[in-house]
Design a protein around this ligand. Structure first.
Ligand code: SAH
Length: 269
């Protein structure tokens, strides 16, 4: 059967579900490049999130040792099991089900789960990942300090991985067509470029500071004092030991934020 998603959908008699963010890749050249960008080796185990009708899956199967796919829509899970008997299909929500061990993640996920999916990936052991994102989201992933795109996401990505926007993908590569363009992004896991005394404290500080990115560090921490100290007074006692405290959050590098987190961690003992 012709594997153009529009024809497969018609054949299966199903309509794309808006609630599951279903936008199928209909340009096979983009699908090929997506998989090329993963630099697959025959020994790689690949996790695919949201395979849909399997445009990427088809090529992953040919180039990897094993493919595990997590798909939320039962209509597609059944179709995939039938079409690719050699893969493991887990029917479920990729944000909830346990992930198997894998080397490479490949995904064109629904955009509404971009953020939680990416943070979950960064917390998981992996080697490489190639994902499709909305263009603006991809810009925030690689955002540099002092720019509009710099965010909690940029900091989280930078701490765990080398991240690169590989190409801009026009909206007409998808059916149904989304309202904005996309980007293919590669993440390569690497050790943090800077030390962090306590990763949990670091995440808490990043979270608190980026709630008010235009405020100074001091004000940002004060607004969230209960996350860092037993009382407002206790936080005020710590503040003089905190570096960069009069700087604006959006101007601080991930490493400078680590020095702030370390100072708070130290003060709390
Ligand atoms: N990768 C395919 C499909 C993209 S559409 C392609 O490029 O054509 C997004 C896919 O993710 C759909 O199949 C949708 O059912 C699935 N999906 C949506 N939410 C999901 C979730 N939380 N977990 C796993 N899959 C999900």
């Amino acid at each position: 059967m012709d594997d153009d998603p529009r024809r497969v959908l018609a054949h299966l008699g199903v309509r794309p579900r808006k609630s599951l963010g279903q936008h199928f890749l209909v340009d096979p050249r983009v699908a090929t490049r997506h998989v090329d960008h993963a630099h697959l080796r025959p020994s790689d185990v690949v996790l695919e999130i949201g395979p849909g009708l399997g445009v990427l899956t088809r090529q992953l199967v040919e180039r990897a040792k094993r493919v595990v796919a997590i798909e939320a829509d039962r209509r597609f899970a059944a179709y995939l099991r039938q079409t690719f008997p050699e893969i493991d299909v887990i029917e479920g929500d990729a944000l909830r089900v346990e992930w198997p061990a894998f080397d490479v993640l490949a995904s064109n996920p629904p955009y509404r789960i971009s953020s939680p999916l990416t943070f979950r990936l960064l917390d998981h052991p992996f080697d490489r990942a190639v994902l499709m994102y909305q263009w603006e989201f991809a810009r925030r992933m690689v955002g540099k300090p002092g720019t509009e795109d710099y965010s909690r996401l940029s900091v989280g990505v930078y701490r765990h991985a080398a991240c690169e926007i590989l190409e801009r993908v026009p909206r007409n590569a998808f059916h149904p067509q989304p309202r904005v363009d996309s980007a293919l992004v590669r993440l390569e896991s690497r050790p943090s470029p800077f030390p962090v005394a306590d990763p949990e404290a670091y995440d808490a500080v990043v979270g608190a500071l980026f709630e008010h990115r235009r405020k100074t560090v001091e004000n940002g921490l004060r607004l969230k004092w209960s996350a860092f100290a037993a009382s407002k007074a206790a936080l005020d006692a710590i503040l003089p030991t905190v570096p960069f405290r009069t700087r604006r959050v959006e101007e601080l590098s991930p490493e400078e934020i680590a020095r702030i987190a370390d100072a708070i961690h130290l003060a709390k003992g």
